[in-house]
Design a protein around this ligand. Structure first.
Ligand code: G6P
Length: 369
């Protein structure tokens, strides 16, 4: 029974633990057995428009908007299509320029978010092609789109989105790879290697889930913080945004996510011995730079909790705490690194006595403006 908490204390925790399965459900039937191909039947009719798109505009709200930024990095990296990620509420009201050769991708767990729905209706009137990435089958957004890919994450009850986010990112990864291949930007070998990496995500998440007890101890150390900062670069910048959103949504601690290099243009002024700074610091092309960002935080006595690649000895010596995730391609890292941050928020919120599944003032789906 999907709407039963089972042995878990909260839906959010159950949904965090479901991610190996929900991600498998997202790519089930969409990846060839030999990992040589991706099939996305729901968008096959609009592949000509997608592969010739002058640009892609992603419209979404909340956590889905963060998935959209991961999408931007993926589409630009692999498919070489310019992407803009828009808050649906801003996009719909600012007289945006929309052309017939634009493709709009609406990302929405519920498929009912009023602003996202209105944004695609408007873009449709301008003649753009509209694609949905939604979780709830038959909801309003998929009914308005020309094509789409369901995330198949299963019912998500916790107001703070977890498994829906990782399924959205999984769909975006598949779309970007398929498009990159179709447009000739991805060599067969790289395409196959990345598909392979994607199929390893569920097992890698299983390994991260085993660290819950250690992560809970870190949560205990910082549960009384008044503020927190989350830093990431590249593919992990949106994960920093999502980590901060998750913390503020359910624990009511003020948190901000920032591109690590932007720290020196503002948030660095806030850093002192009371400021926990969560740094996404897995091995990728900006590794050296993130290491210097960690040094900058430590030089101001900030507390660093770093999410690192398994076996990283360099950051272990600098950070106050490290949480290891399995090695992976940098484009896949958002799917792994978001999981420890979900645990951090969950446990801090529980320790502070907050209503994790039903945080104050928030709704699972915002169907009014
Ligand atoms: C609300 C929820 C968030 C969600 C956002 C967008 O704010 O609390 O968890 O990310 O709406 O919802 P959607 O269903 O469009 O993804």
């Amino acid at each position: 029974d999907e709407i039963d908490k089972g042995n878990f204390e909260h839906f959010m925790l159950k949904e965090i633990y479901e991610q190996p399965i929900s991600i498998e459900d997202t790519f089930r039937g969409r990846i060839a057995m030999d990992h040589s191909k991706i099939f996305l039947g729901g968008i096959s009719d609009v592949m000509p428009q997608l592969s010739q798109a002058r640009r892609i505009i992603i419209a979404a709200c909340g956590t889905s908007w963060h998935a959209g930024i991961v999408g931007e990095y993926l589409f630009e990296e692999f498919a070489r299509i310019p992407v803009e990620v828009e808050y649906a509420s801003e996009f719909r009201y600012r007289n945006p320029i929309i052309n017939e050769d634009d493709v709009i991708i609406a990302i929405s767990q519920s498929g009912e978010t009023a602003d996202t729905l209105a944004a695609i209706k408007m873009a449709k009137e301008h003649g753009a092609t509209i694609i949905g990435i939604c979780n709830v089958a038959g909801s309003s957004i998929p009914r308005e789109t020309h094509a789409g890919v369901y995330t198949h994450a299963g019912v998500e009850i916790g107001v703070a989105s977890t498994k829906a986010f990782t399924s959205q990112v999984t769909v975006l990864t598949m779309m970007a790879l398929l498009l990159g291949k179709t447009k000739g930007h991805l060599k067969d070998s790289v395409y196959k290697e990345l598909i392979n990496e994607l199929t390893q995500v569920p097992d890698k998440i299983r390994a991260i889930l085993k660290a819950e007890t250690d992560i809970k101890q870190i949560a205990d150390t910082y549960k009384d913080a008044n503020n927190a900062l989350y830093l990431g670069r590249g593919f992990l910048f949106p994960v920093a945004l999502e980590g901060a959103l998750k913390l503020k949504e359910i624990s009511y601690i003020h948190a901000e996510g920032y591109p690590a290099a932007e720290m020196k243009h503002g948030p660095i002024a806030l850093i002192d011995e009371n400021m926990p700074v969560f740094v996404l610091a897995t091995k990728d092309k900006s590794y050296e730079k993130i290491v210097s960002n960690i040094q900058e935080v430590k030089a101001r006595n900030g507390k660093v909790i770093a999410i690192v690649t398994e076996g990283d000895e360099v950051i272990k010596k600098m950070a106050d705490h490290v949480i290891e995730v399995p090695d992976c391609h940098e484009a896949i890292a958002p799917l792994l690194t978001c999981v420890p941050l979900q645990f951090i928020s969950y446990h801090i919120a529980v320790m502070r006595g907050c209503n994790v599944d039903q945080p104050r003032n928030l709704a699972k789906s915002v169907t009014v403006e």
